[in-house]
Design a protein around this ligand. Structure first.
Ligand SMILES: NC(=O)c1ccc[n+]([C@@H]2O[C@H](COP(=O)([O-])OP(=O)(O)OC[C@H]3O[C@@H](n4cnc5c(N)ncnc54)[C@H](OP(=O)(O)O)[C@@H]3O)[C@@H](O)[C@H]2O)c1
Length: 204
């Protein structure tokens, strides 16, 4: 299975580490090819870096970018993404206030991304797993929402091989609940531990 991760930030690193440790090969694409190459070098011989040119050849594309960037990539690559599994991991949070989601009422980032790349099989996953927890060993729950059963199974298999427990929450209409839930998760971080800490995770 060919996996392309878009972005080379914290989540690209966390997901990349998990997948490589799970025996997968990953492509890292970044608008700055040097950053892609650096992350690929850190992930080891089962990773390669490339410029942000095209998702051609990828069976799974993980958008490890902020909400607006993910929507932009979905729009830009819409034709190439037809039939491809696209993983939306974003939390469309107002990061100035941590008080609201920035998505239009009644929808979700995942549904917006699915609208932008209408032929893609969009799966919401990884939005409740902090990057620091992905980068450290240990089991984590990954909540998955999507309308395409094969695509969800593909992501569930990737999770299972990476010490992650996939939990299918239903169709893409449930992505909004995962996004709203993670907003609360971020808000209560300091109440749980006395300070902001991404070491805490949510598990069933
Ligand atoms: N951090 C977490 O613990 C966590 C947990 C769950 C979900 N998420 C979600 O995961 C996503 C990535 O978060 P992160 O923490 O990994 O962020 P990050 O460390 O800031 O990395 C973001 C990456 O996206 C790239 N990017 C930004 N805007 C872009 C655009 N318009 N087009 C193409 N690439 C763009 C950045 O490239 P440059 O370096 O060139 O700017 C960078 O490689 C976000 O949607 C976030 O809500 C994060």
């Amino acid at each position: 299975m060919e996996i392309l991760i878009v972005g080379s930030g914290n989540m690209a690193r966390g997901i990349g580490l998990r997948l490589v440790h799970g025996g997968r090969r990953v492509r890292i694409a970044d608008r700055d090819p040097d950053k892609a190459a650096d992350l690929a070098a850190e992930l080891g011989e089962n990773a390669g870096g490339e410029p942000l040119d095209s998702p051609e050849g990828a069976d799974v594309v993980v958008l490890a970018t902020p909400y607006e960037g993910s929507k932009e990539m979905a729009r830009r690559w819409a034709d190439d993404l037809a039939g491809t599994t696209v993983v939306d991991i974003c939390n469309p949070v107002d990061f100035d206030t941590f008080d609201r989601l920035v998505t239009p009422a009644g929808t979700s980032a995942a549904e917006e991304i699915a609208g932008a790349a209408s032929g893609a099989k969009v799966v919401k996953a990884f939005n409740t797993t902090f990057a620091s927890r992905l980068a450290a060993p240990g089991p984590l729950d990954v909540f998955i929402a999507g309308d395409d059963e094969d695509a969800k199974r593909q992501i569930a298999d990737l999770c299972s091989s990476a010490e992650l427990r996939p939990i299918d929450v239903g169709g893409l209409q449930h992505a909004g609940a995962l996004e709203a839930f993670q907003l609360l998760h971020m808000r209560v971080q300091d109440q749980i531990q006395g300070n902001w800490s991404t070491a805490i995770t949510f598990a069933l």
